[in-house]
Design a binder for this molecule. Structure first.
Ligand code: ADP
Ligand code: 5GP
Length: 203
C-alpha cells in the first residue's frame, strides 16, 4: 500500500442547514443505514424536548457547566443558536478520527464555519466534507417547523427568518442536498461519504 494511504485518518462529515430542514431526521436515517458511522453528540444548554434523552440526543448541561468546559478547551467549536449554547465535544471527534472512523457532526452554520476555519488554519488535521441540507422550498420548511410543534408560533417565525439568512451561505459548502424525502436525502449523503472516503489527500 502506498505510504500516504497507510497514514490516512478518518473523515469528519459536517452536516448543516437551517433549523427545521430535517437534519436530525435525516442523520437518524443515515445512522440506521450505515452502522459504522460515529455520531458526535453535542452539549447544549437548551432544555430537553419530550422524547429527547441525555447522552443520546444531546448532553443537556447548565450554562455554568458549558462555560467551564469551554474554559478547559473541551469543545471543537461552539455557538449560541436561538438563545441557547451548543458545543461539539473535542475528545470524541479526535479519538474517532485517530481510529480511522467517519464522524458525523450536525451543527448550525456558525459551527460549520468555525470547523472550516480550524481546518484551514491546521487546528483540525483530518479530511472533512461540508454538506448543506436545504428544504425543497421555504413554504415546506415553514410547514415542517410548525408540524414539529416544538416551538411557539413566535419562535417558529424567528427560526424562519434565521433560516432565510442561513440559506445565503450554502455556496460555501462542498455539497448541497435537498431534503425532499428522508430516505433519499440520507442515501445521497451516504453516497457523498463513500466517495469522499476515496478522495486522494495531498497531506
Ligand atoms: P432540524 O434537525 O433540521 O431542526 P428536524 O429533523 O427536527 O429538523 O425536522 C423538522 C420536522 O420536519 C420534523 O417534524 C420532521 O419529522 C420533519 N421532516 C424532516 N425531514 C422531512 C422530510 N423529508 N419530509 C417530511 N417531513 C420531514
Ligand atoms: P435544536 O435545538 O433544534 O436541536 O438545534 C438548533 C440548532 O443547533 C440546529 O441548527 C443544530 O444543527 C445546531 N447544533 C446542534 N448541535 C450543535 C453544536 O454542537 N454546535 C453548533 N454550532 N450547533 C449545533
Amino acid at each position: 500500500m502506498p505510504k500516504k494511504l497507510k497514514g490516512r485518518k478518518g473523515l469528519l462529515v459536517v452536516i448543516s442547514g437551517p433549523s427545521g430542514v430535517g437534519k436530525s431526521t435525516v442523520v437518524r436515517k443515515l445512522l440506521s443505514i450505515d452502522l459504522k458511522l460515529k455520531m458526535s453528540i453535542s452539549a447544549t444548554t437548551r432544555p430537553p424536548r419530550p422524547n429527547e434523552k441525555h447522552g443520546i440526543d444531546y448532553f443537556f448541561i447548565t450554562e455554568e457547566e458549558f462555560f467551564d468546559r469551554d474554559k478547559k478547551h473541551l469543545f471543537l467549536e461552539w455557538a449560541k443558536v436561538h438563545g441557547y449554547y451548543y458545543g461539539t465535544p473535542k475528545d470524541f471527534v479526535e479519538e474517532q478520527i485517530s481510529k480511522n472512523q467517519t464522524v458525523i457532526s450536525e451543527v448550525d452554520v456558525q459551527g460549520a464555519a468555525s470547523i472550516k476555519e480550524s481546518v484551514t488554519s491546521g487546528k483540525i488535521k483530518c479530511a472533512t466534507v461540508f454538506i448543506f441540507l436545504i428544504p425543497p422550498s421555504v413554504d415546506i420548511l415553514a410547514f415542517r417547523l410548525r408540524r414539529r410543534k416544538t416551538e411557539s408560533e413566535e419562535l417558529v417565525n424567528y427560526r424562519l427568518r434565521a433560516a432565510i439568512a442561513e440559506l445565503q451561505v450554502m455556496e460555501k459548502y462542498d455539497y448541497i442536498v435537498v431534503n425532499d424525502k428522508v430516505d433519499s436525502a440520507a442515501e445521497k449523503i451516504k453516497a457523498i461519504i463513500n466517495v469522499e472516503k476515496e478522495r486522494v489527500l495531498l497531506n
